[in-house]
Structure formats: structure tokens, C-alpha cells
Design a protein around this ligand. Structure first.
Ligand code: SF4
Ligand code: SF4
Length: 494
């Protein structure tokens, strides 16, 4: 089965070479429509239709969501609970001026979405906080809600630096060498121990705390075209009988900091009978931008990815980072007001599958070899809460002979990573990380398994801060090791 061709769609430019971010690309049927202009993005969030006000009114103030909320667990403050934040958002929608205090409470929200499945009334908190975030980043003009007070100059500079760097592999990759040099000289630990980094900038302190250590390398000779240190090829053929043709998102943070995870993902998919198509021109999916309230920027990333994957002609698009998959499944909503893009966005969203979700649907074909290890599985919020995927990864792990699955107590509570949260809100993120690391250690597991790069960085840092020597692996690496009969010591040696 193949996807639709897109006649006449022009080749998009490489996002890594775009100083101002991804360029706008055109769509068939959109010729001459201003809907493709950057200003088309946030229009749906000024609530001309009253939809957001209705969503806020759905809250009946019952408080069932409060125990699920990590920030309410931390501080016990009503305004740091989902109910409190919905109240604030409702007031702003009614025309009240957003105060600096209100902006702080909204910024303290992790966006973990634990409150959404916890709410018996089905309140769409995800839509409400998404709108509030966009008011802070892209203040609505004209008839929209009153703008929130601007963040401090330091906060704005930190956010600008993050969004100018992380979504662009070509900008992120050159930072690896100085990072590795600082780690080699243990300057990062010195800065953290003396508290100097925090004094210079809390955001810098947060970044150094979670900066990844040198990664695990893919062993050589594992599958045709997968050579360690080299870019993944554009197409990897299925092993044995072909069962599907899938596209693979390589991501921005994932491809720079965790290339072995992408290689493992491709190997597993090929071993399970999939032709794996990896479009070379793909860029960031826009998840960081979308979850940070930068909807215009996110829409530009989304349009580019839509063009790339339409051209690829695939049955499904496989994503191995929870936040990215969650954002891509929202493209339909993100581009709803963008003329001819709306249908294309919805079509792409319908094809997006988390790696574990897809494997569970496909069913196993390749033989699993024993992997004798006690592993704790960590639920990434954007997989568990936002996509409702909790059983599939556990079933895949349980299907590995010899693997003993351990559950983490209070596993539905966020680890504090939450996109860029651990960079811009380092103190609560550190506290949540400590709680998570403590719960992980209590499982007695030898290995921690996750499906999101941000969670891996956050939990690794929190475990290291406790002096715990517990390795982390992506679930793709664990399945890959089982399929290839890799000794478990290789996974545990990272
Ligand atoms: S998204 Fe998470 S942190 Fe924010 S209100 Fe909901 S549960 Fe609390
Ligand atoms: S968001 Fe839902 S669970 Fe929370 S107070 Fe409102 S109605 Fe109750």
C-alpha cells in the first residue's frame, strides 16, 4: 500500500539552512490564499467563536484532577492545580487582565496532561493550556484576550536561545563538541557543584544538569546500510516478506543526542518486515514549538513535514519520541484554519503511530531471544496521558523471554522533563526528577526503559544526582537487543 502522490508540490528548503526557521511551503489548492501566511497560525486561539470559553465552562470544579497534578502535589496551591488554572484562563477569556502572578501559575504547568484522563467531565485542558501558552508567546491582536505580562528579559532570552537551537540539528550538533570537552574536563560538574551555573542563569544550570553523557554506539554489521556514525539511509528494505512500508521520523534532539535509538528503531522495523523510508529533507516536527505556545512556528514545521512524508508514500509514519508523536497527531487541529493544509494535516495525523503502538498493531514476526534483565518501564506523559499508550510498550517488553518487568510507583506522575520545562523551570523539575529517581530505584530494576528522549535525559540526571548507577535504554534498543541476541551486558554498560 502506498500513500498519495502530491503533484506539483515544490521541494522544501532544508530547515537547517534557514536562519529564521523553516520556510513556508505552498500547497496544491492553496494558490493565492493568504491562509499560508505566518499570521494564519494563532487565529483560532483568540476565541472568536467562544469555543474556548465553553471548554473552560465544562469544568464543574469537582477537584478529581487535583491528586493527579504534579505541581499541585509539589505545592498544594489551588492556582497550581488544573482547576485553578482553568479558572485563571476563564477569567482571561472573560476579559480580565492577566496578572504577573497568573502568568507564573500558567508557566508552572508542565503540560503533562495527567489532569485530562483524570477528569470525569472530559474537560479539554490540553486545548485550554495550549491557548494560554500561545497568548504568552504570540500575543493576540485586536479582539483577542488581553495579553499576559511579558516574562523577564532573562527568561525571554533563554527561551529564544532554546527555540533557535533545539529544533535545528545543524545548529544543535556543533554544540556537542564543546559539551563533550567540558564533560571531559568535568567543568560541568564543577559548575553544578559550586552553584555558579545557577547563579549565572537558572536555565543554564538546568541545561547542564540534564546534558547527555556520550551516547551508546550501534554495534557494526547489524543490518544493511546501518553503519555506526553514518547518517541513516533513505530506505532500508524489509527483512523477509514485506508487511508494510513505513516512514520514520528522525527528530531533532533524538537524531543528535540519541542516534543509536534511531538506528535501533529502523533495525527493529526492518526485522519485523517493514520497508523503512527515512526522508532526508525532514526537519523538526514542531513539538517543542507547539507545546511552548509558538503555534506559528509549529505550523511551519508541520507543513514541511507533511510535504516530505506525502512524497514518501508510506502506510504509516513511525515516531519513537512521545512528544513528537503527540504533536504530529495534533496537526489536524493545528492547521485546521490553514486553507488547503487542513485536510493534508488531518491525513498525516491519521498515519502517525508511536513505535510501540505500531509494533503492537503489526504483531511479531521476528524471533525474540532471551534478555535476562529486570527492567522498569517509565511512562512518558506524552505517550501515556496524551496518546493513551500504556499497555503496548509493556506487552512488547513482556514478550521478551527472560525480561522481568517492574512497575514504578506513582508511575503516571511526570518526571519533570516535559519538553523544555526542565530548562525553564529547573527547580520544580529537579524536585520531580528526584521523586521519580527515588521511585525508580525502589523497583530494584537493573535497567530503566523509556520511549522519550527528554525523559531519558531527565531521569538519568536525577539518578546520577543520587549516585545511582542505573542505565537507561529506549524501548527500541531493548527490542533490538532481543532480536539480535545482543548480550544484556551491552545494554547495561551504558
Ligand atoms: S498539565 Fe500536568 S501540571 Fe499542568 S495542570 Fe495538568 S496535571 Fe497539572
Ligand atoms: S478539570 Fe475536571 S476533574 Fe478537574 S475540577 Fe474541573 S471538572 Fe473536576
Amino acid at each position: 500500500m502506498t500513500g498519495p502522490e502530491v503533484p506539483g508540490t515544490p521541494p522544501p528548503p532544508d530547515p537547517g539552512s534557514q536562519p529564521g526557521g523553516p520556510a513556508a511551503v505552498s500547497a496544491p489548492g492553496d494558490a493565492g490564499q493568504p491562509a499560508l501566511a505566518d499570521s494564519a497560525g494563532p487565529a483560532s486561539l483568540i476565541d472568536e467563536s467562544g469555543e474556548l470559553r465553553d471548554l473552560a465552562s465544562d469544568c464543574v470544579h469537582c477537584g478529581f484532577c487535583l491528586p493527579a497534578c504534579p505541581t499541585y502535589q509539589l505545592w498544594g496551591e489551588e492556582m497550581d492545580s488544573p482547576r485553578g488554572r482553568i479558572h485563571l484562563i476563564g477569567q482571561i477569556l472573560d476579559g480580565a487582565t492577566g496578572t504577573a502572578a497568573a502568568a507564573v501559575h500558567l508557566d508552572r504547568c508542565l503540560g503533562c496532561m495527567a489532569c485530562v484522563p483524570a477528569c470525569p467531565s472530559g474537560v479539554r485542558y490540553d486545548r485550554l493550556i495550549g491557548a494560554a501558552r500561545s497568548w504568552a508567546e504570540e500575543p493576540p491582536a485586536g479582539t483577542g484576550p488581553p495579553p499576559l505580562p511579558p516574562r523577564s528579559r532573562r527568561e525571554r532570552a533563554a527561551r529564544a536561545a532554546i527555540f533557535a537551537t533545539f529544533p535545528y540539528p545543524r545548529r544543535l550538533r556543533p554544540l556537542l563538541a564543546p559539551l563533550r570537552a567540558a564533560q571531559g574536563l568535568r567543568l560541568d560538574r564543577l559548575l553544578a557543584r559550586t552553584g555558579l551555573a545557577e547563579r549565572l542563569s537558572p536555565e543554564l544550570g538546568g541545561a547542564l544538569r540534564v546534558a547527555p553523557a556520550p551516547g551508546r554506539r550501534s554495534p557494526p554489521g547489524l543490518a544493511p546500510g546501518l553503519v555506526p556514525g553514518r547518517r541513516l539511509p533513505g530506505r532500508i528494505p524489509a527483512r523477509g516478506q514485506r508487511r508494510a512500508v513505513v516512514g520514520m521520523l528522525t527528530g531533532c534532539v533524538q537524531q543528535v543526542f540519541f542516534p543509536a535509538v534511531n538506528a535501533a528503531t529502523a533495525r527493529v522495523l526492518a526485522a519485523e518486515g517493514c520497508d523503512v523510508v527515512i526522508p532526508a529533507g525532514q526537519g523538526c516536527c514542531g513539538a517543542l514549538s507547539l507545546h511552548g505556545g509558538r503555534r506559528t512556528e509549529a505550523a511551519r514545521f508541520a507543513r514541511r513535514l507533511i510535504v516530505e512524508f506525502e512524497r514518501a508514500g508510506v502506510d504509516a509514519i513511525i515516531v519513537n519520541a512521545a512528544g513528537c508523536g503527540s504533536a504530529m497527531k495534533e496537526y489536524g487541529e493545528l492547521l485546521a484554519g490553514h486553507g488547503g493544509w487542513a485536510a493534508r494535516a488531518a491525513a498525516l495525523s491519521a498515519k502517525v503511530r508511536d513505535f510501540t503502538e505500531f509494533l503492537a498493531e503489526l504483531g511479531p514476526a521476528a524471533v525474540r531471544h532471551p534478555l535476562p534483565v529486570r527492567a522498569a518501564y517509565h511512562d512518558a506523559c506524552h505517550l501515556g496521558h496524551a496518546q493513551g499508550i500504556t499497555e503496548q510498550p509493556r506487552a512488547l517488553l513482556r514478550a521478551i523471554p527472560g525480561l522481568q518487568l517492574a512497575e514504578i510507583a506513582d508511575g503516571a506522575t511526570c518526571c519533570g522533563s516535559a519538553g523544555i520545562y526542565n530548562l525553564v523551570q529547573p527547580e520544580p523539575a529537579r524536585e520531580l526528577g528526584e521523586r521519580k529517581a527515588s521511585a525508580v530505584e525502589a523497583t530494584g530494576a537493573q535497567l530503566v526503559v523509556s520511549a522519550n528522549p527528554g525523559c531519558a535525559l531527565q531521569i538519568s540526571a536525577a539518578l546520577a544526582a543520587r549516585g545511582a548507577r542505573l542505565p537507561m535504554a529506549h524501548i527500541a534498543e531493548v527490542i533490538d537487543a532481543s532480536l539480535r541476541s545482543v548480550p544484556v551486558s551491552r545494554l547495561l554498560s551504558s
